[in-house]
Design a protein around this ligand. Structure first.
Ligand SMILES: Cc1cc2nc3c(=O)[nH]c(=O)nc-3n(C[C@H](O)[C@H](O)[C@H](O)COP(=O)(O)OP(=O)(O)OC[C@H]3O[C@@H](n4cnc5c(N)ncnc54)[C@H](O)[C@@H]3O)c2cc1C
Length: 341
């Protein structure tokens, strides 16, 4: 493998993001990536470029500029209507060799998880998956990639100092959504697919639409989440009634899911969903790091626990000490009274 020398290193420049389409539009995580890319580029004194691959991707450029891209490389081709990791990987490999970005950020979605490890292997670039924090050393340009390690017991900051580009994936909802700047403009670079990109790649014969899960934690504004203290499925019936009353969704810790009290799609944390709601109500969840990484960016955190000393109670904006089986029905009664007024 090739370790780059100083001269070679200097030929790599700019922060790239790989944008992703969803439901005929742009996946919101693409904007989150642009937000963090802007910060990194400001520290490094360089530009933000984004690669938009797909059918109709050139039309997405204005939105991508508004959220922070300086240049959009549009690979707008009908053959990219359905996700084909081999084809997208070949295209990206060619573009990276041509334009030499210093840093490449991609979403840790199903698409990103299929695409980016393949790409990093092909171009011998370092890759850190599932980062929860990103910063850059303005002098060396080394990306400081923070993520939970050793089962979430420590937060590790990883550098890929010997290779370029350096690549990281970030889960949706981990980075804050930036404010768009309508009317902000940039440059579109059109890159057609080349014959070499298409050689020996699989052909997509049919795509089957995924049926959305009834649990949509990522779009919820309020989540009421229960942990081991819920004691069983009946405890979650109480949370469901509470969540319904306040227009929220029900989440859970892994302890509750592993006990079979609620299904896995409700799990929040390192091995579950990452959420960024306006309000997160943690009911009997102690707040181990593996849970916190999935919800710590929520705007207002309310914790209910008998023990005031848990990490969740300490993290919470509002910590309510007491038995949740007494407190939640009381809160529900008060809300119902208010509704009648
Ligand atoms: C590799 C790995 C990945 C993991 N991934 C995840 C993940 O994605 N998500 C996740 O959640 N966990 C994950 N875990 C597990 C995590 O380490 C914790 O074990 C788990 O989060 C604990 O769940 P809990 O807070 O519900 O239970 P506990 O830690 O047992 O906490 C229960 C809390 O309820 C309180 N309590 C008890 N009775 C009451 C009552 N009547 N009223 C009010 N409060 C009460 C207790 O004081 C306590 O604070 C992972 C672990 C590993 C090793």
């Amino acid at each position: 493998m090739k370790i780059i020398d100083e001269l070679d290193r200097q030929s790599y420049r700019n922060v790239w993001t790989i944008s992703e389409s969803a439901g005929g539009g742009i996946h919101p995580v693409s904007y989150e990536l642009l937000g963090i890319a802007r910060k990194l580029a400001a520290d490094r004194g360089c530009e933000v470029w984004t690669v938009a691959m797909g059918s109709g991707s050139a039309k997405q450029a204005d939105a991508l500029f508004a959220y922070g891209a300086d240049k959009v490389i549009a690979v707008d081709d009908e053959r990219l209507r359905a996700f084909n990791d081999e084809l997208e990987c070949n295209v990206l490999e060619r573009l990276i060799k041509k334009y030499r970005p210093e840093t490449v950020l991609c979403a840790a979605t199903a698409r990103g998880r299929a695409l980016i490890p393949r790409l990093s292997g092909k171009i011998h670039a370092g890759l850190t998956a599932d980062c929860t924090g990103l910063a850059i050393d303005p002098e060396s340009g080394n990306l400081l990639q923070t993520r939970p390690a050793f089962g979430g017991n420590i937060m590790a900051t990883i550098k890929c100092a010997d290779f370029r580009p350096q690549m990281a994936t970030v889960r949706p909802k981990v980075m804050p959504m930036p404010e768009p700047e309508p009317g902000r403009s940039g440059e579109i670079i059109t890159e057609p697919i080349q014959v070499a990109d298409t050689l020996n790649v699989k052909e997509i014969l049919q795509t089957i639409e995924r049926h959305e899960s009834t649990v949509n934690l990522s779009d919820a504004r309020i989540i009421v989440a229960g942990g081991r203290a819920m004691k069983g499925p009946e405890g979650f019936h109480l949370l469901e009634a509470f969540a319904k009353q306040i227009g929220g969704a029900v989440g859970a810790s892994r302890a509750a899911v592993d006990n079979g009290w609620i299904a896995y799609p409700h799990q929040i944390g390192q091995t579950g969903a990452t959420v960024q709601t306006d309000v997160y109500i943690a009911c009997g969840i102690s707040g181990q790091i593996q849970h916190l990484v999935g919800m710590q960016s929520c705007k207002t955190i309310i914790a209910i626990d008998v023990n005031a000393e848990t990490p969740m109670m300490k993290l919470a904006d509002i910590a309510v000490q007491g038995d949740l089986f007494e407190i939640i029905p009381e809160i529900m009664k008060e809300i119902a009274k208010g509704e009648k007024l």
